[in-house]
Design a protein around this ligand. Structure first.
Ligand SMILES: Nc1nc2c(ncn2[C@@H]2O[C@H](COP(=O)(O)OP(=O)(O)O)[C@@H](O)[C@H]2O)c(=O)[nH]1
Ligand SMILES: [Mg+2]
Length: 202
């Protein structure tokens, strides 16, 4: 798929106020600094479209970008737990769970994980939460440029094997990417293109 246009539409923390056009939407989620904003910029070839930062983000907003006038990419802030003081129970931040539960246009969530790291509890719990709520998602391994080529597939394979050793019966679709050297761009855009075609033909 060729990207012909990419524009920022709006930021907000209220799911009800997100764009109401019936267009397919893809959301990027993961811990702060995993590379969500960089990946969006890399995919659409627009440096600085999504704000990137060396420091974990402070703003908690849902950012919509309209691509090719036909579908949306959504940049979310890093997730983490919000403590429910009463029972001291850990839950995900409200705007994130609301977004994933209420957003009808969402066709796929992309859960980003740093390819250098072993599975982290917060990522595993979020994937489990998505599974429980039957929200389709794929895993995107980021920062592949930080590993030697021979190690990349091995590290991704080990990560997926740990999912299989845990609660998952099969591994979700997954992609190996690097925003720094543009690895995985065509694969991801093809994947999105396929889902878009299904969306518009149904
Ligand atoms: N080496 C390398 N660094 C990256 C890559 N993607 C993001 N970064 C760096 O990681 C930091 C966080 O990136 P950002 O996109 O803001 O992460 P976000 O918080 O998940 O949106 C920045 O310093 C980026 O330059 C990548 O593919 N390779
Ligand atoms: Mg970001």
């Amino acid at each position: 798929m060729k990207i012909t246009s990419a524009e920022f539409v709006m930021s907000n923390s209220n799911v009800a106020k997100c764009p109401n056009e019936p267009l397919p939407e893809y959301a990027f989620i993961g811990r702060s600094n995993v590379g969500k904003s960089s990946l969006i910029n890399m995919l659409v070839d627009r440096k600085g479209l999504a704000k990137t930062s060396g420091r974990p983000g402070k703003t908690q907003l849902i950012n919509h970008f309209k691509i090719n006038n036909n579908w949306f990419l959504v940049d979310l802030p890093g997730y983490g737990y919000a403590r429910v003081s009463k029972k001291d129970k850990k839950v995900f931040q409200k705007y994130i769970t609301e977004y994933f539960q209420k957003r009808k246009q969402l066709v796929c969530g992309f859960v980003l994980v740093d390819i250098r790291h072993d599975p982290q509890p917060v990522d595993l719990e979020f994937m489990e939460w998505l599974g429980t709520h039957q929200i389709p998602f794929a895993i995107i391994f980021t920062k592949a440029d930080k590993l030697k080529p021979a190690i990349i597939e091995k590290q991704a394979g080990a990560y997926l094997q740990k999912l299989l050793d845990g609660a998952w019966e099969e591994v979700p679709p997954h992609f190996i990417t690097s925003s720094a050297n543009r690895t995985g761009k065509d694969e991801l855009l093809n994947y999105i293109d396929g889902i878009n075609k299904e969306f518009f033909s149904s």
